[in-house]
Design a protein around this ligand. Structure first.
Ligand code: TYD
Ligand code: MG
Length: 457
């Protein structure tokens, strides 16, 4: 068979017969790579009769059992929570994350706890010896249910998997896979896509779950086309910061459940450890309170977290005032500063403003606004906020405070962590909130300002 060349966009997977400097589909520059393919024969309608589906799988809707979506709980609690109870048989899970974040460690722990049958762990990334060392370090180098292969050939992997009939197949990583049907190098778009398609077929036929590990590139995408994300059933992402030990297992896509679920781990001596009190990472628990610090009760998906915002507002010594934020959106900060100027009449335009979220978390929840605003005002006016107070609310452009989702969860998390008072937006309805701690409703930023002033006693 003659092989031909096609050019594939590494960002969106679009194909073209010739190279292009800019992808017409996603607009990315220099994203086309060449891929050699075995020439496809023309497939007429009788081709499918000869080669296609032998058994029909058409079934009446009413005969399909709900039991088909049974979940296998691993007992690895954070993982199970993120997946909405466990792994669905026959599902393909893509686990993405930056190198060194803990993907291999987490997968090995899942392998260790897997309750049904053997686990085939294919590692093209590391040697069998390295995997063994890690297992020893985690304290289970002796288990006999885990089998290691270092093959990177998908054909070989599938042959082994058919022979061994494992209860779980783990592939570390999808970037090392190679299918004999393509000439391009491992890690190329075509290789990743074709290999994944083969593994997908295996998972569906045998009802065996497959976990694929994928590295994330600088741009934050799993190297290779986005099409991979469309192919698999579940996309998980392990996030964290190399300077901090916590790891968030986020759900980007889940065909069987919510993407609001979240797992929280700590990378420690014993591998990826579950965390009893995740908020401890995001608050500075020791020492007296200084001005510029305020704690917000925010949500990460379904999980409430208390996060401390630290602000420093000082007169600028250079011509152009500096603005810097870590873990918080710069545009959102600019908006909050504009609200301070416009609604409170405070001059902040000629001040340097630095904002930092403790623990290196990246805040997305607008419910953190009120805490950030309180931290800014606290620094500007040199008003320390005494211990025991926290905030939950969104700030609108007119300076009004807006209600946020899951208020009850935020309040009970604050109570659990020993806060005695929470500032929340006033409710427009006369809905009563039952709360174990004191609630202070606030309508707008002017009221917030006065409350902060009153706290100075
Ligand atoms: P790893 O699982 O290899 O990351 P990935 O597969 O995502 O590249 O983990 C990488 C880091 O984790 C490595 O720097 C060592 C650290 N680590 C621990 O801190 N504790 C442990 O128990 C283990 C096994 C690893
Ligand atoms: Mg790894």
């Amino acid at each position: 068979m003659k092989s031909k060349s096609v050019f594939v966009c590494t960002q969106c997977g679009v194909e073209s017969p010739k190279w292009m400097g800019r992808c017409p589909s996603c607009g990315e520059w220099n994203s086309f790579v060449e891929e050699r393919r075995e020439g496809d024969k023309k497939r007429g309608s009788d081709w499918w009769a000869k080669h296609g589906v032998v058994e029909s799988d058409v079934r009446p809707l009413r005969e399909i059992e709900v039991g088909d979506a049974r979940r296998i709980a691993t007992g690895e609690e954070e993982w199970d929570t993120a997946l909405g109870g466990g792994v669905v048989p026959g599902s393909v899970i893509l686990l993405g994350g930056h190198p060194g974040i803990g993907k291999s460690t987490l997968c090995l722990q899942i392998a260790r706890r897997w309750p049904e049958g053997k686990v085939l762990y294919v590692t093209g990334e590391e040697s069998a010896f390295q995997v063994k060392m890690r297992a020893e370090r985690l304290g289970f180098g002796h288990v006999d249910s885990i089998f290691i292969s270092t093959s990177s050939n998908v054909g070989e992997i599938l042959r082994m998997a058919h022979e061994m009939a494992p209860g779980l197949l783990i592939v570390d990583s999808v970037q090392t896979l190679k299918t004999p049907f393509l000439e391009s190098a491992p890690g190329s778009v075509g290789q990743i896509r074709e290999s994944t398609a083969e593994l997908l077929r295996f998972a569906k036929q045998r009802h065996v779950p497959v976990i694929l590990i994928g590295h994330i590139t600088k741009e934050g995408l799993i190297a290779g086309p986005k099409v991979l994300e469309h192919m698999v059933d579940v996309v998980l992402q392990l996030e964290g910061d190399s300077h901090y030990s916590y790891r968030l297992l986020r759900v980007i896509k889940n065909r069987y459940g919510s993407t609001e679920a979240l797992g929280i781990y700590r990378m420690g001596e014993g591998g990826m450890e579950p965390v009893a009190n995740p908020s401890e990472f995001f608050m500075d628990m020791q020492g007296p309170t200084k001005s510029g610090s305020a704690t917000g009760a925010m949500m990460e998906g379904f999980r409430p977290l208390l996060v401390e915002a630290q602000a420093l507002v000082t007169p600028s010594i250079y011509g152009t005032p500096q603005r810097s934020a870590t873990g918080f959106d710069m545009r959102r900060l600019a908006m909050l500063l504009a609200v301070v100027e416009k609604r409170l009449g405070l001059v902040i335009g000629r001040q340097d403003v630095f904002l930092h979220m403790v623990g290196g978390i990246r805040v997305q929840d607008p419910g953190m606004d009120m805490a950030v605003l309180a931290a800014l005002l606290s620094s500007l006016e040199e008003w320390p906020i005494p211990a025991g107070y926290c905030f939950a609310g969104e700030v609108g452009l007119t300076g009004e405070l807006r209600l946020v989702s899951h208020l009850h969860r935020r309040i009970s998390e604050a109570a659990k962590l020993g806060f005695h008072t929470i500032f929340i937006p006033s409710l427009s309805t006369d809905k009563k909130i039952l709360s174990p701690i004191e609630i202070v409703p606030i309508a707008n930023v002017q009221q917030l300002y006065r409350h902060l002033q009153d706290l100075q006693g």
